[in-house]
Design a protein around this ligand. Structure first.
Ligand code: SF4
Ligand code: SF4
Length: 449
């Protein structure tokens, strides 16, 4: 079977980001195939675990994907400080005689940003709001590569590796069927706090589940790579509680216009028009700007922001929220139907290498030092009695259920087919009986099997 067809059938989507359907991304030819194993955000263990454990499978699959793309270069990029993982991959390359380069980077944030990675490996700059393919590159996360390896053997994506880190006695790795409640996964770690929040992902861009109800309703999806447990009185939790209105008032009253948010912005350093200090300067009077051209001049740069959070979590000396104001401005641009022009040929700044954000300093700034872990986490299998599998775990349209309540299903069965257009198939990770099918997802119980 053709590679793209096998990937589509297996429901593979980007495992490390927003879940872009992989069969669409790989339906291309490119000069570079780059594997993102940089584990961009602090306090995540999953990609490192995969590199150590499945090095040969990763390298072998990278060669196959590169051949499919007709790529002249196959590169696995990770941080140089991941010594064990680098060695494992280098040994795999040697053992297989593979034509795959292991590319090591400094430890900075956001090393795993797709556009930053492309620039690091190739020196090329992706256009504003463009794709790596615009400069001859395809980038996939290392977890996605392993899912492709499975897909080529006819196995769909219905299980997930994820780490539990933060306020736990020892970070652990878990392997769980898609749809497993995160409360079931959390039982595998010894939590050090009773009153806590859980961030799905990392501290910079992850989604915070603050209330008991949010935590109880959250499930493992194809894109969940980590559960970060933090005490409810942690600095990051308090920050996340602030309203947009209050942030806007703070921007108007406390912004020094020092430009640190702009000067250290990773996208600005790539030459993209991203100027959070300008948004902070003007956001208070957005309602009074009625001329679309003036509105675009004031807020158009927000459209190029990647929401990486560097500006508000690291750069701003006043603890303000330029990322949130950029997000707010993006919404205003959409409401007014304004699509700022894209620079197709940005030039990276000469200051790029000098303004990288060291991950260690970022961790200190976020108040996360006590959670840094240098060991090797143990792996636990999670076997829930019931799962709720969302129909939308990917960018594009939700999948369409092909089962109804009362149906018996077996592991790896298709339970929702991809909708027309951009979408992805969804499968069950265990045997059971379908309890309910809702517009949001499919509940399957093992008990009633
Ligand atoms: S870094 Fe903070 S204080 Fe300085 S311009 Fe940006 S938002 Fe204002
Ligand atoms: S979140 Fe801030 S630092 Fe990151 S791209 Fe947007 S403006 Fe730049």
């Amino acid at each position: 079977m053709e590679m793209v067809e096998a990937i589509q059938k297996a429901g593979v989507v980007g495992a490390g980001g927003a879940g872009f359907p992989t069969h669409v991304k790989l339906n291309a030819k490119a000069e570079y195939f780059i594997v993102n194993a940089a584990e961009c955000e602090p306090l995540i263990e999953t990609d490192k675990y995969l590199c150590r454990t499945y090095a040969e499978r990763i390298v072998a699959t990278v060669e196959k994907i590169a051949a499919h793309l007709e790529a002249a270069h196959a590169v696995i990029a990770l941080k140089a400080k991941y010594v064990r993982e680098t060695e494992a991959l280098q040994n795999a390359v040697k053992a297989l005689g593979a034509n795959v380069e292991i590319f090591t980077m400094r430890t900075y944030y956001p090393a795993g940003d797709e556009q930053v990675l492309v620039n690091q490996v190739t020196g090329r700059v992706v256009p504003e709001r463009g794709l790596p393919l615009n400069v001859g590159c395809v980038v996939e996360n290392v977890g996605t590569v392993l899912n492709i390896a499975d897909a080529l053997e006819g196995k769909p994506v219905d299980e997930k590796f994820l780490s539990i880190t933060g306020a736990v006695e020892t970070p652990v790795m878990c392997h769980a069927p898609i749809g497993t409640p995160i409360t079931e996964v959390l039982k595998k770690a010894k939590l050090l706090v009773n009153d806590y929040v859980v961030i799905l992902g990392g501290p910079m861009m992850g989604k915070m589940q603050k209330t008991r109800e949010e935590i109880e309703n959250a499930v493992v999806t194809k894109t969940t790579g980590n559960l970060l447990v933090l005490p409810k009185n942690h600095y990051l939790v308090k920050r996340a509680a602030m309203s947009v209105e209050r942030m806007a008032r703070q921007a108007a009253t406390a912004c020094l216009q020092c430009r640190a948010c702009t000067d250290l912005c990773p996208r600005h350093l790539l030459g993209h028009n991203v100027q959070p200090h300008m948004i902070m300067r003007t956001i208070w009077r957005q309602k009074s700007i009625t001329d679309p051209a003036e509105f675009e001049r004031a807020f158009g740069s927000a459209a190029n922001c990647s929401s990486c959070g560097t500006c508000e979590m690291f750069s701003c000396p006043m603890g303000l929220s330029p990322r949130k104001m950029n997000d707010y401005a993006k919404g205003l641009l959409r409401e007014r139907g304004i699509q700022p022009e894209k620079n197709q040929h940005p030039q990276a700044s000469d200051m790029l290498e000098h303004r990288r954000i060291p991950t260690g300093r970022l961790i200190a700034r976020l108040g996360l030092d006590e959670y840094v872990f240098h060991g090797l986490p143990e792996l636990f299998e999670v076997e829930p009695e019931e799962v709720f599998i969302p129909l939308s775990q990917h960018i594009g349209k939700p999948a369409v259920p092909v089962v109804t309540a009362g149906d018996a299903v077996k592991k790896d069965d298709l339970i929702a087919g991809s909708a027309e257009g951009l979408s992805a198939n969804i499968h069950t990770g265990f045997d059971g009986v379908v309890k309910e099918v809702t517009p949001k997802g499919i509940r399957i119980s093992r008990r009633e099997a």
